[in-house]
Design a protein around this ligand. Structure first.
Ligand SMILES: [Zn+2]
Length: 419
């Protein structure tokens, strides 16, 4: 599964994910990232979409010329535009509505050193031209993508040809090689959901899940580290997109003893109100329809970011067979229960606080893994808590206590094996 996924990501030119150890950051290791100073980055200042349902032109104004690579993906139909890291200074609602063949679009960091724009298209499109014009008198540099409507068969022919071309070659991120040294303390991997181009759930007042969960994970990291008992690594510690499989791969390659994915949910207003925290473990059969909906939404992160998953593998059932032969499942369930016990005292809990569903990010067969939905971005009271420093500190302390209990039980050999 990992190899196949790796091949897909490599085909996309995301060569950072093709290296041995990945990009994620371990505090105890040195991160040798070559960051570009923000002030020297090109800035995207405006976007225009013109045309109709047959031919559409997408234009981005830039403060300097950059290299660009564009390709189309199906299922759902999208156009992905990769560029070197760009600062987007665009009006708040940019991308919510498109025109012509473009339904909507989003943009953001896809990795350190690389930005991406993803256009959702009304159907299969062909990219006729993609180029960047130099600035000229009275005109900024402009990125231009011309596309036209095509049919499904021609789309598929072009897509398979493109797989063999040098897709995404504009993105050349720096290599990172963190590695722990001889430290025997258990490694806890914290996984703030979403990031970069993928905002996650959005509150009516504009807050993004990706920012809320990152803030929380950073607070939790300090709490765990201050105990001195654990090493802590994060799949992301800034606003960067990380594919789901890469998060799993990172936890495994680092030898994590526990993986905690952190999210905040949202439900449409039509489905009423929901509140409180929920802890999820992996299961082929979702414990209820809400859990199934949530797993489906969270599993869409890679689609949102324009990662090609057409060859994405291994259904959850196969992974579970593997899991059944290990203690991972037992430990995951044990940690989930411990965590709910701790959260009870400090955080509001959902009415059914322990659930299970097919979350891709929980599929490491050898790392006990849970996904915590801290609360609902769509519920006013929850959002107030989620964005409060005091609540975050209190809840992070409860989580840290659950980690403590979990490892104490494991050391004492009293795992929840009876379950
Ligand atoms: Zn999420």
């Amino acid at each position: 599964m990992l190899l196949r996924h790796k091949a897909i990501v490599c085909a996309l030119g995301l060569s950072l994910f093709c290296s041995g150890t990945g990009r994620a950051v371990e505090r105890t290791g040195a991160l040798s990232r070559v960051a570009t100073p923000a002030e020297s980055l090109p800035i995207a200042t405006d976007v225009r979409v013109g045309g109709d349902d047959k031919q559409t032109r997408f234009v981005v104004d830039l403060t300097q010329k950059v290299d660009v690579a564009a390709f189309a993906l199906g299922n759902p139909y999208r156009v992905v535009i990769d560029l070197p890291q760009v600062t987007f200074k665009l009006p708040a609602k940019t991308g919510e509505q498109g025109r012509g063949l473009v339904k909507a679009f989003r943009y953001g960091l896809i990795m350190q050193g690389g930005s991406r724009i993803v256009l959702d298209t009304k159907g299969p499109v062909r990219i006729d031209k993609s180029f960047v014009l130099e600035a000229s008198v009275g005109q900024p540099a402009r990125l231009v993508i011309d596309m036209s409507a095509t049919d499904r068969d021609s789309f598929q022919r072009t897509a398979s040809l493109e797989t063999h071309s040098s897709r995404g070659s504009a993105v050349k991120p720096s290599e990172v090689a963190p590695k722990a040294t001889g430290d025997q303390r258990p490694l806890v991997v914290l996984d703030p959901g979403h990031g970069g181009i993928d905002n996650g759930a959005k509150a009516a007042s504009g807050e993004f899940e990706k920012a809320v969960v990152l803030q929380f994970a950073l607070t939790l990291r300090s709490k765990l580290e201050s105990s001195g008992k654990y090493r802590v690594a994060m799949t992301r510690s800034d606003d960067t997109f990380i594919p789901l499989t890469e998060r799993v791969r990172f936890a495994r390659s680092q030898g994590a003893a526990l993986f905690v994915s952190i999210h905040a949910d949202a439900i449409p207003r039509s489905e009423g109100q929901a509140e409180g925290a929920t802890v999820y473990t992996l299961s082929e059969n979702a414990s209820d329809s809400e859990a199934a909906r949530l797993a489906e939404a969270e599993n869409r992160a890679d689609v949102i970011a324009g990662v090609d998953l057409t060859a994405e593998p291994d259904d959850i059932a196969n992974i579970l067979v593997d899991l059944a032969q290990r203690e991972t499942k037992t430990y995951s369930a044990q940690f989930a229960r411990t965590l709910v016990g701790e959260l009870k005292a400090t955080a509001r809990l959902h009415k059914n606080p322990v659930k299970a569903a097919g979350f891709k990010v929980l599929t490491a067969p050898d790392v006990p893994s849970v996904l915590v939905e801290l609360g609902y971005m769509s519920t006013k009271n929850d959002l107030k808590l989620l964005t409060s420093t005091a609540w975050q500190a209190k809840t992070a302390a409860a989580l840290a206590q659950a980690v403590e209990t979990f490892f104490a039980q494991r050391l004492a050999g009293t795992s929840g094996r009876a379950n």
